[in-house]
Design a protein around this ligand. Structure first.
Ligand code: ATP
Length: 266
């Protein structure tokens, strides 16, 4: 779904940098008692994403990917450290960033165009309509504006969700397993289209996926999390599938290694 940002003043469209300095979040907020498992969470994390970069985040189940994205979108607040978007400390949900999630949360009583226009309420009608048309064109849904959501396929709904996020011209686009609910062909097609949009628009993208090949083919850079820490941070061009498999504890023959289950490594 796409979580609408509470203050939907349309953003400038300039790609934003993203900086995490010592960001730590623990679900129980305090040290675990002796002998108990440490509290779940992430950090301390240091991460610097330059404007216009396409970063993919991978990691086994429970490694902290969703927690990190919730921190980046301002829905969780770090107990330590600081997150800056475009150099400005993040204090809750922010109009410069939008989050697209696995299940598109579209409003069934609105048309496709109405859904895409949701974050543009501060704009005058002609500008808003132009932005909606532009966003629908970007995701390959020209001519679908008057349709109802229930008339669309799963892939088309996710395109609408993406169009809604792009229409506000976010400085930073956050995607949490956006294509995972789709069949393999649709997932691949939408991945290529997202990559094409990024090549044309050069917005900053942080894309979480547990599909390692998707991370390698889409992103310029891959960060792997393990137990809430960065365990690998490399340019995808020089990165092998074997190096990523190792993060998931997958042995050379594809067998689970000793450290982790391979259940999510596909
Ligand atoms: N609301 C919560 N309360 C307590 N612990 C939580 C909560 N949400 C997540 N956790 C724990 O925090 C850790 C990180 O979870 P997170 O959901 O971020 O992992 P993930 O990498 O997104 O996993 P998956 O790929 O399965 O979605 C896990 O140990 C998880 O059990």
């Amino acid at each position: 779904m796409t979580r609408p940002i509470p203050d939907p003043t349309p953003a400038s469209g300039a790609a934003a940098s993203l900086d995490l300095d010592g960001v730590t979040f623990r679900f129980h907020g305090r040290a675990a008692p002796a002998g108990a498992l440490p509290a779940a969470g992430v950090g301390p994390l240091d991460l610097h994403v330059t404007p216009g970069e396409f970063l993919c985040i991978v990691g086994p189940s429970g490694s902290g990917k969703s927690t990190l994205l919730n921190l980046l979108s301002g829905f969780l607040t770090p107990q330590r450290g600081e997150i800056r978007v475009g150099g400005v400390p993040l204090r809750g949900p922010h109009r410069q960033l939008t989050l697209v999630q696995q299940e598109p949360a579209l409003f069934p009583w609105l048309t496709v165009a109405g859904n895409v226009a949701f974050g543009l309420r501060g704009l005058r009608r002609p500008e808003r309509d132009a932005r909606v048309q532009e966003a629908l064109g970007l995701v390959g849904l020209d001519g679908y504006g008057a349709r109802r959501v229930h008339e669309l396929s799963g892939g088309q709904r996710q395109r609408v969700s993406l169009a809604r996020a792009l229409a506000v011209r976010p400085g930073l686009l956050l995607l949490d397993e956006p294509f995972s609910a789709l069949d393999v062909q649709t997932r691949a097609a939408l991945g290529r289209e997202l990559r094409g949009i990024w090549e044309r628009q050069r917005i900053t993208v942080v894309f979480v996926t547990h599909h390692l090949d998707e991370a390698l083919s889409l992103g310029e850079r891959v960060v792997a999390l393990r137990d809430g820490q960065v365990s690998l941070d490399e340019a995808s061009a020089g990165l092998s599938r074997a190096a990523l498999d190792a993060v998931f504890g997958v042995g050379p023959a594809g067998a689970p290694g000793p450290a982790r289950t391979a259940a999510h490594a596909h």
